[in-house]
Design a protein around this ligand. Structure first.
Ligand code: TRH
Length: 356
């Protein structure tokens, strides 16, 4: 089938990240023909860099305008149109679909949530005045919903610890053997300086990998690193490709992640993590985090449950670090559990079955 994915980048990388991962899964794992129309191609290209050119060549990354200037429309509409995160389709593209002989299915690909209400809404029709069938598709953890995006192909994220991606060689060369590693990818507003300061008092050594732009978030704190005994070493990594970032997550002992793509990757890396969920004005993110923790901690003992909830809500590391070993074991169990629930192929495969 032919798929058109529309991606509007609001202010972060997540929209492009999800679209790119989905496109790769559909193309590499399921042999689908995919085009992504994006309003910010440089960002999309940045994430997609470093991928095997043969895989990349099969997916068209195009500006939004190309969706209505292409000769394929209105004669040949795709089979499926994805509106990633409910982004609006360009009017001229939609006009082409109206007069196409065979109408596609439009999928409103929603945000990932662990909240139980999505089970009721997943797959529901969203009737439109133009008559082209449109459905809601909710990614999620339960069997009844849209699933999770798994790794598209065994590439960099599956390399072993010694197969360091070239872009990370410099940083990796100064990591201290046997020292715990923490990667940091969070939103501005996180109490990062205080968090690191607390970490530095634990008497244990940590190498801290700051993803692109995060040294600036730390402001004066990063300038004070000499006053932090050797316990903490702060290292900035460049913006790397999506696969390389996945690899970083798999090579750290603890990860701070943020939007829904890195959140799922951290879980599939099988490591303890802090999900700095995107803060929403109506505090809807609090309900989302609580719903996830209900699932994530279902089998955890009371001590680990309290430690994890504390960590996920930015309590200082000294308050929960003693549970880190238990948490590491739990993270591996959770990973296997996730892979079991997604053995049907996860989101891409469920999407294919849904439209098929
Ligand atoms: O960038 P994000 O904060 O995106 C968010 C989410 O989509 C969120 O749900 C949405 O509401 C909000 O934007 C508006 O975080 P996320 O989802 O983790 O996406 C980051 C992507 O960037 C992910 O695919 C990994 C990728 N990435 C790289 O490719 N290289 C890097 O160096 C880093 C740090 C990330």
């Amino acid at each position: 089938m032919r798929w058109d994915i529309f991606c509007q980048i609001v202010d972060n990388y997540g929209d492009a990240g999800i679209c790119w991962r989905l496109a790769r899964s559909l193309s590499s794992l399921h042999g689908q023909e995919v085009r992504i129309f994006c309003d910010d191609l440089p960002t999309l290209n940045l994430l997609a860099s470093g991928v095997d050119p043969e895989i990349k060549a099969k997916i068209a990354l195009l500006p939004v305008e190309a969706s209505y200037s292409n000769a394929r429309h209105p004669v040949q509409a795709p089979d499926v149109v994805i509106e990633a995160f409910a982004c609006a389709l360009p009017e001229r593209y939609l006009a082409g679909l109206f007069i196409a002989t065979k109408k596609p299915i439009i999928i409103n690909l929603e945000y990932l949530s662990a909240e139980p209400w999505i089970m009721e809404f997943h797959g529901k029709a969203s009737p439109q005045s133009h008559g082209i069938p449109k459905y809601f598709f909710f990614p999620g953890f339960q069997d009844e919903v849209g699933g999770l995006l798994l790794d598209p192909v065994p590439q960099i994220s599956h390399l072993t610890a010694t197969q360091i991606p070239p872009a990370l060689k410099d940083v990796w060369s100064v990591l201290r053997p046997g020292v715990k590693r923490i990667s940091i990818f969070c939103y501005p507003g996180a109490p990062l300086g205080k968090w690191l300061e607390d970490l530095s008092t634990l008497g244990e050594e940590f190498d801290i990998l700051l993803t692109y732009g995060h040294a600036e978030l730390l402001g004066s704190f990063s300038g004070q690193q000499t006053s932090l005994p050797n316990h903490l070493r702060l290292l900035s990594i460049p913006f790397v490709s999506q696969d390389e970032y996945d690899w970083v997550l798999s090579q750290c002992d603890f990860n701070i992640v943020r939007g829904e793509d890195s959140f799922v990757r951290a879980q599939l890396a099988g490591k303890p993590f802090l999900w700095h969920i995107y803060p929403q004005e109506d505090r809807a993110h609090e309900a989302k985090l609580a719903a996830f923790l209900d699932l994530y901690l279902e089998t955890a003992n009371q001590e680990l449950r309290l430690a994890t909830i504390a960590a996920m809500t930015w309590a200082m590391p000294s308050q929960w670090v003693s549970s880190l070993d238990d948490w590491s074991t739990h993270a591996l169990t959770w990973r296997s559990q996730l892979l079991k629930t997604q053995r049907d192929g996860g989101l891409a495969a469920r999407l294919l079955r849904f439209v098929g």
